[in-house]
Design a protein around this ligand. Structure first.
Ligand code: NAD
Ligand code: AKB
Length: 315
C-alpha cells in the first residue's frame, strides 16, 4: 500500500464519490479522507473511511484538517458548475477561485506532494474552433464557471513555475455516471435521460436535438484522473489542464442508442438557458497531448456506456 494521505474536498459530489472509492481501493480506507460542505456523508461513502464536514473556502478549517490528518495530497473538487454558476455568478467565483488559491498556498506552505484540481471544456468559448478543439487555442469562456476554470488553470501554471507545486489538472468533458447524481451542469441531461428512460420511457431534453458535446463515462474519468496523478513528474508537460476526450454525441443520438434497449422510449426538446452555454462549448475535443504525454486512452464509447448505464441504473 502506498504511503500517501489524501484529502478529497467535495467528496460527496458526482465525481467525488467514485474518486474517493477508487482511491481508497489503492491507498487504503483510512488514508483517504473524504470531506464536503454537506453535513452528512454520501451513503456510498459511509463506513468506508473518515468523513469531515468542511467548507473549502474556510482555509483555517482546511489547514487544521491537513495538520490533524497529516495530509500529503489534496484533490480539490468543490465547485459550482456551469448552470448553477450562471444563477449566482459572484458565489461561483468565490467558491471556485478562493478555495483554489488558498489551497494552493497551503499546499506550498505545507510542502504537499501533489494537488489535483479539475478544469473543464467550459474554458472554451464561441471563438474557439468547435471541432477537435486543440489543447492550445483561442480561449474566451462565456460563463463565470468557464472564466473561473481558465483563471484557475493559469494560477496552477503560475504556482508550478514560481514555487514548484506539483499541481495537475484535466479539462473533463461532460461526465456520465450512475452512482452519484450530477450537480448543476449543462451536460447533466446525459445522465437524466437514462434515469427517465427507465422510469417514464420519456424525457424532455433541455438541449436541442442536434447539440453535440464532448462526453465521457465516469469509469474512464476516474481512471484517467488516477493515471494522471500517478504519472512520473517528467511526463507532465502541461501545468494548465490537459484536454481529455472519449466521445461526442447529441441528445438525438443518445436517445437513438437508448431506443435500441427501450424501443418505446420517447424524447422531446424544450431548450432553456443551458442551450446558450452548450452552444458556446466545443462539439469535440482533441486530446492528443494527454495520449502522448501520459498514454491516456478511453475505453467507453456511446454504445458501451449506454449498456452499462441502463444495466446499473436498472438494478
Ligand atoms: P458536484 O456539484 O457533483 O460536486 C461538488 C461537491 O462539492 C458537492 O458535493 C458539494 O456539496 C461540494 N461543495 C460545494 N461547495 C463546497 C464548499 N464551499 N466546500 C466544500 N464542499 C463544497 O460536482 P462534480 O461534478 O463532482 O465536479 C467536481 C469537479 O469537477 C468540479 O470542479 C467541476 O467543475 C469539475 N468538473 C466536473 C464535470 C462533470 O461533468 N461532472 C466536468 C468538468 C469538470
Ligand atoms: C457542466 O456541464 O457544467 C460540467 C462541465 C462540462 O464542466 N459537466
Amino acid at each position: 500500500m502506498k504511503q500517501e494521505k489524501i484529502l478529497i474536498i467535495g467528496a460527496c459530489g458526482q465525481i467525488g464519490v467514485e474518486l474517493t472509492l477508487a482511491l481508497r481501493n489503492i491507498y487504503g480506507n483510512n488514508n483517504v479522507i473524504a470531506s464536503d460542505l454537506r453535513p452528512t456523508v454520501h451513503p456510498l461513502l459511509a463506513d468506508s473511511g473518515p468523513y469531515y464536514t468542511i467548507d473549502a473556502t474556510d482555509i483555517k478549517a482546511v489547514a487544521a484538517l491537513v495538520a490533524k490528518e497529516s495530509i500529503t495530497q489534496i484533490y480539490l473538487l468543490a465547485a459550482l458548475l456551469s448552470a448553477t454558476g450562471e444563477k449566482m455568478p459572484m458565489k461561483a467565483w468565490e467558491i471556485n477561485m478562493d478555495s483554489l488559491l488558498q489551497i494552493m498556498e497551503l499546499s506550498v506552505e505545507k510542502k504537499l506532494t501533489k494537488l489535483y484540481w479539475p478544469s473543464s471544456i467550459a474554458v472554451f468559448g464561441t471563438t474557439t474552433p468547435k471541432q477537435n478543439t486543440p489543447q492550445k487555442t483561442i480561449v474566451e469562456p462565456t460563463t463565470v464557471y468557464g472564466i473561473s476554470k481558465y483563471a484557475g488553470e493559469m494560477w496552477c501554471q503560475y504556482f508550478h513555475r514560481r514555487w514548484g507545486l506539483d499541481v495537475r489538472s484535466l479539462r473533463y468533458p461532460g461526465l456520465i455516471s450512475w452512482k452519484s447524481a450530477p450537480g448543476g451542469g449543462t451536460t447533466d441531461y446525459a445522465v437524466e435521460i437514462y434515469i427517465e428512460a427507465l422510469k417514464q420511457k420519456q424525457y424532455t431534453s433541455f438541449l436541442s436535438a442536434d447539440t453535440y458535446l464532448p462526453m465521457m463515462y465516469m469509469d474512464d474519468a476516474i481512471r484517467g484522473t488516477i493515471e494522471l496523478m500517478e504519472a512520473p513528474e517528467a511526463q507532465i508537460k502541461s501545468r494548465m489542464a490537459y484536454n481529455l476526450s472519449a466521445m461526442s454525441f447529441s441528445p438525438k443520438e443518445i436517445a437513438a442508442e437508448i431506443q435500441k434497449h427501450i424501443p418505446d422510449f420517447k424524447i422531446d426538446y424544450a431548450p432553456d438557458f443551458r442551450q446558450a452555454i452548450a452552444d458556446s462549448w466545443p462539439a469535440s475535443i482533441d486530446d492528443a497531448a494527454a495520449r502522448q504525454d501520459w498514454q491516456w486512452q478511453h475505453r467507453f464509447d456511446l454504445e458501451k456506456m449506454t449498456k452499462a448505464m441502463l444495466e446499473n441504473l436498472g438494478k
